[in-house]
Design a protein around this ligand. Sequence first.
Ligand code: BDR
Ligand code: CA
Length: 293
Amino acid sequence: MSVIIDTDPGIDDAIAILYALGNPDLNVVALTTVAGNIGLSVTTQNAGRICALAQVDVPVHAGAAAPLGKEARPETGIHGKEGLGGVAFPDPIYPVASDDAVAAMIQILTEHPPHSVDLFCLGPLTNLAMLLEQAPDTAHRIRRVIAMGGAVDEPGNVGPKSEFNIVHDPHAAAAVFAAGLSLTLIPLDATRQLRANMDYIDALRDADCAASIASADLIAAYFAATNGAESRPLHDPCVPLFAKHSNMFRIEPRDLDVDIATGALVAGPHRIDVAMGLDADRLRAALLSGLSY
Ligand code: BDR
Ligand code: CA
């Protein structure tokens, strides 16, 4: 399965990317970056640093520096000034690719047979919305989009009903919902069920691999933003985990739209497959195993 990962790393993005890069069934052909958790230059640099840690030569393409029609709104409180919670990552080995995210998506989707490339969206949906605007037919060559975002029955994490990735660029999310792509949305309703405790961090360290140790450090940094015995939710790892283990998620069709003013998900005309639950124990085990390389 060939995959483009669109991302704003970001602590949980980094864990998701490390998991995907180590998985032989997920052929990651590009990382495309977007402003979100932190500004574009940092998310792009971080994508290259994550590839360097995993020792892979996957091209990194910079994408949108700001949401459609809004200012960027970084979340340095959770992810730190450098976006990776202060965890030490090597410098990128390879320079950022000269073509931007949308150009790269167009080229990859054109070169591959139709419906053979998945798009994992770990951040605001700006790049995908721009692809839909610039090359809608090419966008429809995507096999499926798996996107972390939104809050359906759960409260939001930015506003009462709004989640960061959607509220950061509600125009983009609305365009993606309306596009008729094969879309699985993984909202807070599911991701809040996947957290780590200190024993899990120890198990990652005991695995003694570069990706597992980095993930242990990232989750430990995530604890700094909470007071409890469990980490903040492992939101973005749910995306590649769903690609590999869809049977561990409870999917429900929902008719949804995006309220542009608040970024909340509301009842609407777009039928979307939504992950409303997951098997946390089995997914934690799968994540630990997948990071042990
Ligand atoms: C989402 O927002 C970001 O802070 C995380 O990386 C995740 O993609 C969770 O609301
Ligand atoms: Ca993210």
